[in-house]
Ligand binder design. Structure first.
Ligand SMILES: Nc1nc2c(ncn2[C@@H]2O[C@H](COP(=O)(O)OP(=O)(O)OP(=O)(O)O)[C@@H](O)[C@H]2O)c(=O)[nH]1
Ligand SMILES: [Mg+2]
Length: 383
């Protein structure tokens, strides 16, 4: 009589697991396969390696090789770098290749969209957060500025002062502005232009950067130095770049985020539309704040009902947003954080969607999020 055995698939990529050919899909070491119990989640070796990388938050943003070439130029000429980050979306995920190219240069970080945070939030808290996140990539910014360019009474925004500060800091060298798509570079430049005077006989223009096919905005600063705005770094690891337009509209905040303390008990999960969920697997009841756009809805459900809830919500759409791109469990990644017990505010942040803020007391927190979006745990943005 034939022997019956179960065919297993990788939980991450869905490939049928096999121990024969290392170069084929679904390869897993025989030991790993035989160790697995019938109810265990199993990954093929390739996905397992990727998952380890995810857990270490080393998920890479893709970057155009030509942009890196431009940054080689910046390095060779000892240029001044302005790195623009969207304060709301930024969770500390930077492109490592870009970080490595600019870390030895003079650098200013400009955090945009300050207006999305209530005025009760201290600037210092946001500045410290940016400093720590850049420090994690070995970057020590000379200065960190927070700006808001969207409102009439934008946060202490003085274009003249900004231009003067840049002119002192750059010491006669070129300036390169980098930042993610939609981080607010163009809005910032438009505002800053009010303090700019063109004392050269050259024009402001969009040019193809020499030796590349990259289009950059070129602003003359003196007879021999320029400001270049590089194209936005694509948001391959952000909810803003990975979800469909209708969902991105809902997850992008239009007004300042609300701060409210709520309670999550062990055995409970906070679902964020059908996009993400945070479950307390172990630990005490925890007060949390979830920071997200006003159109994003959350709900508490029991952990054991979470799978059913998400499946049903995909049809009923009672808690929004729901993404057409998230159909089965294979479309999500799942991670667990075992928190330290330092009694400080920490964030678990899903890039471009929002972040859960809470006091770390040794909880085990499981996070489900759309596959490929970067997840980070760090000391809180708002302390
Ligand atoms: N609330 C708020 N929104 C802002 C601010 N700055 C920019 N935005 C919005 O963010 C979006 C992107 O802004 P841009 O200035 O076009 O960003 P960018 O970095 O030039 O984007 P790309 O050119 O696509 O790389 C726009 O919808 C802006 O209105 C700000 O300070 N506050
Ligand atoms: Mg732009």
């Amino acid at each position: 009589m034939g022997k019956l055995s179960r065919v297993l698939r990788c939980y991450h990529c869905g490939a049928i697991l096999q121990c024969e050919d290392e170069n084929e899909k679904g390869y897993i070491l025989p030991e790993s396969l035989h160790r697995a119990t019938p109810i265990q989640i199993i990954y093929c070796d390739k996905c397992f390696e990727t998952m380890k990388a995810f857990n270490n938050s080393e998920l890479e943003q893709k970057v155009d090789q030509e942009v890196l070439k431009i940054l080689d130029d910046a390095f060779a000429t000892d240029a001044y770098i302005i790195w623009v980050v969207d304060l709301f979306s930024f969770n500390g995920t930077l492109n490592k290749e870009i970080a490595d190219k600019v870390k030895k240069l003079s650098l200013t970080v400009v955090g945009t969209k300050r207006d999305l945070f209530p005025s009760s939030v201290k600037d210092d808290s946001l500045i410290n957060y940016l400093r720590e996140r850049f420090q994690a990539y070995d970057i020590k910014p000379n200065t960190i500025r927070l700006v808001s360019t969207s409102t009439a009474n934008s946060n202490k925004f003085d274009p003249k002062e900004l231009i003067n500060a840049m002119n002192v800091a750059r010491k006669g060298h070129d300036v390169y502005m980098i930042g993610n798509l939609t981080s607010g570079k163009t809005s910032l430049i438009n505002k800053a232009m009010k303090g700019y005077e063109n004392k050269t006989n050259r024009q402001i223009k969009t040019v193809t950067y020499p030796g590349t096919s990259v289009s950059v905005l070129e602003i003359p600063l003196s007879r021999s130095s320029f400001f270049y705005e590089l194209p936005g770094i694509s948001q391959t690891t952000s909810a803003q770049g990975r979800l469909e337009k209708e969902v991105v509209k809902l997850i992008t905040p239009k007004k300042d985020v609300k701060i409210a303390n709520r309670l999550l008990n062990a055995g409970e999960a906070l679902v964020v539309g059908s996009l993400a969920a945070f479950e307390i697997i172990k630990g005490k009841a925890t007060y949390y704040r979830f920071y997200c756009a006003e159109a994003v809805e959350t709900k508490k459900v029991l952990n054991k009902k979470l799978d059913d809830f998400i499946n049903e919500n995909n049809i009923r759409r009672s808690v929004r947003p729901v993404s057409e791109r998230l159909i089965s469990f294979l479309d999500y990644d799942m991670f667990e954080y075992t928190m330290e017990n330092d009694k400080k505010w920490h964030d678990i942040s899903i890039e471009g969607l929002g972040w859960l803020s809470f006091i770390a007391q040794g909880q085990v927190i499981r996070v489900r999020l759309p596959k490929g979006i970067a997840l980070k745990e760090s000391l809180a943005k708002i302390r």
